[in-house]
Design a protein around this ligand. Structure first.
Ligand code: HEM
Length: 147
């Protein structure tokens, strides 16, 4: 692994540990993230805004040309709903298989995460809830990023 890759992986792991640490420090239960995100309809609204941000983002929008928007919206909403502890089941294709041929860089992965944070911000989702969701998405990094 190159030094840059090692640094990025270390940063991601550290971010995960820090977020984890903050959570246990405050002693908050993690079972209400789904409610904090506004349940499935709140998550669907966030994903809708995420889609607008993706379309406007030159770092990543070319990757999404020609995709099925309705399917993407439904599947990503279900995935975030399930990940946040909600009563949904993600029924789309497996993450690694989906993103395999896209050549996604770390910068692009971070760009998508940044847009998701901006979309949550717009919907007045608390920073604590934003961080919890991002933390739960971090394990998808090795499956999404092009190796
Ligand atoms: C946290 C990071 C990410 C998550 C959780 C995620 C999640 C998903 C999910 C659930 C789908 C399935 C939607 C469907 O069935 O149509 C999907 C598809 C897709 N993702 Fe990602 N993704 C992430 C990062 C990225 C990045 C960084 C890119 C490109 C820059 C990307 C590009 C795509 C594209 C183009 C599709 C549509 C594939 C198709 O229709 O065949 N994703 N992603």
């Amino acid at each position: 692994m190159s030094n840059t890759k090692t640094l990025i992986v270390t940063l991601l792991i550290t971010a995960g540990l820090v977020l984890n640490g903050c959570q246990s420090f405050h002693g908050e239960p993690d079972n209400n993230l789904y409610q904090q995100l506004g349940e499935r309809s709140g998550i669907a609204d966030v994903v809708e805004d995420l889609l607008y941000l993706i379309v406007a983002d030159e770092r990543i929008n070319h990757q999404f040309k020609g995709m099925n928007v309705a399917q993407f919206h439904r599947n990503l909403t279900d995935q975030l709903c399930e990940l946040s502890g909600g009563p949904c089941t993600y029924s789309g294709r497996e993450m690694r298989e989906l993103h395999a041929d896209m050549g996604i860089t770390t910068t692009q992965f971070n760009a998508l995460a940044e847009n998701l944070i901006l979309a949550m911000e717009k919907h007045q989702i608390s920073t604590a809830a934003q961080n919890r969701l991002i933390k739960r998405l971090l394990p998808t990094y090795p499956d999404i990023r092009h190796l």
